[in-house]
Design a protein around this ligand. Structure first.
Ligand code: PLP
Length: 382
């Protein structure tokens, strides 16, 4: 099998699974107890918190463990909207966010908040002048993703952070695709809240964290016990937290090598597909894009059919994003960058991983070329 869908999920690293193992049946102590046995679990949780804090140039008390990227996004938006309600009820985001952000914004609108959904240009970039102009006296939060999960475009996060800071508006970024792939420094970027998810960087599914800058208020997302400084109740998922901590540790150690390797594979694929196949459109920026993202729209092609043909050759790829599979609507991201529905439906996303080889990308590109040709010939005969 050739797995080219790392933006949907990544295989858990063996070292991650091994680090979790002792915390299932052997060290099962509750991390919130005071006896020695529970202390083992507590120390493991706090070690993971420290590792993740250092990876972002943050402090351990600013890291809150959650059950994944969607929860972190929900908490960041609802939590700050509620905590700062007396200051204002206006939120700014973009049209290309993940549904975990967009659907939370829709919910906030139902609760009486106003949300500005900024458009993006043909490469998927937010316009900074437009962003700044949309800030109002009652704006409490700007939420712009670090990197887009479909087209890979990396937003100008440092500039957005500076604008937010200058206007004293909170800045949240959904960094689920970026964390572990590219370096992130929350101070340099002026990030107040940041979401990440374990299964997107070789960690366990159902784990994640939210970075909340010291002094930023958020309503509790889960009410109950005093875990996570009383802000996110529930007995800690100790094996999961240990796993996401190990994944973060490995990600930081191997990052520069992975960026180098995957960027070369990505650039080769982009060049080969653009030169060998006529009628193709690269989605996302050519340079400011995630090291592992290849995304093209093909004229006169049904993306879902192309995917099935690739699947028959044991190649796993995606039409737009895992979340939109089976949807009758064209992807909101491709629509926002101006792709007409016809072209948007002819889209193929291939996202590489640390184990992806040159042989695999050669086979994949050959298969794409061959099947696009085949599908176009069939379409012309009809
Ligand atoms: C995968 C993803 C999420 C959701 O994360 P889960 O851990 O699967 O809930 C949110 N945002 C982006 C950009 C993602 O790619």
């Amino acid at each position: 099998m050739i797995y080219l869908d790392h933006a949907a999920t990544t295989p858990m690293a063996e070292q991650v699974a091994a680090s979790m193992q002792p915390y299932f049946a052997k060290n099962y102590g509750n991390a919130s107890t005071i006896y020695e046995f529970g202390e083992k679990s507590r120390q493991a949780v706090e070690h993971a918190r420290t590792v993740i804090a250092h990876s972002l140039h943050a402090r351990p008390n600013e890291i809150y463990f959650t059950a994944g990227g969607s929860e972190s996004d929900n908490w960041a938006l609802k939590g700050t909207a509620e905590a700062y309600r007396s200051r204002g009820r206006h939120v700014i985001t973009t049209q290309i966010e993940h549904h975990a952000v967009l659907h939370t914004c829709k919910y906030l609108e139902e609760q009486g908040y106003e949300v500005t959904y900024l458009p993006v240009d043909a490469q998927g970039f937010v316009n900074l002048q437009q962003l700044e102009a949309s800030i109002r006296p009652d704006t409490v939060l700007i939420s712009v993703m670090f990197a887009n999960n479909e087209i890979g475009t990396m937003e100008p996060i440092a500039q957005i952070g500076r604008i937010a800071r200058r206007h004293e508006v909170l800045f949240h970024t959904d960094a689920v695709q970026a964390y572990g792939q590219v370096p992130i420094n929350v101070d340099f970027y002026h990030i107040d809240l940041l979401s990440a998810s374990g299964h997107k960087f070789y960690g366990p599914k159902g784990t994640g964290f939210l970075y909340i800058r010291d002094g930023v208020k958020t309503a509790s997302f889960i009410h109950g016990g005093g875990q996570e400084q009383g802000r996110r109740a529930g007995t800690e998922n100790v094996p999961g937290i240990v796993g996401i901590g190990t994944a973060a540790e490995i990600a930081m150690r191997t990052m520069s090598e992975r960026i180098y390797r995957e960027t070369r594979l990505r650039d080769w694929m982009i060049r080969e597909i653009s030169t060998r196949i006529p009628g193709v459109w690269l989605n996302g920026d050519r340079y400011a894009r995630l090291p592992n993202n290849v995304n093209f729209s093909f004229e006169e092609i049904e993306g879902e059919t192309l995917l099935l043909l690739l699947d028959a050759k044991d190649i796993c790829a995606s039409a737009a994003s895992a979340c939109s599979t089976g949807s009758a609507e064209p992807s909101h991201v491709l629509t926002a960058i101006g792709r007409k529905p016809q072209l948007a439906f002819g889209t193929l996303r291939m996202t590489l991983g640390e184990a992806t080889t040159w042989e695999e990308v050669r086979v994949a590109v050959d298969a794409v070329e061959e099947n696009v040709k085949l599908l176009r010939e069939v379409a012309r005969m009809e």
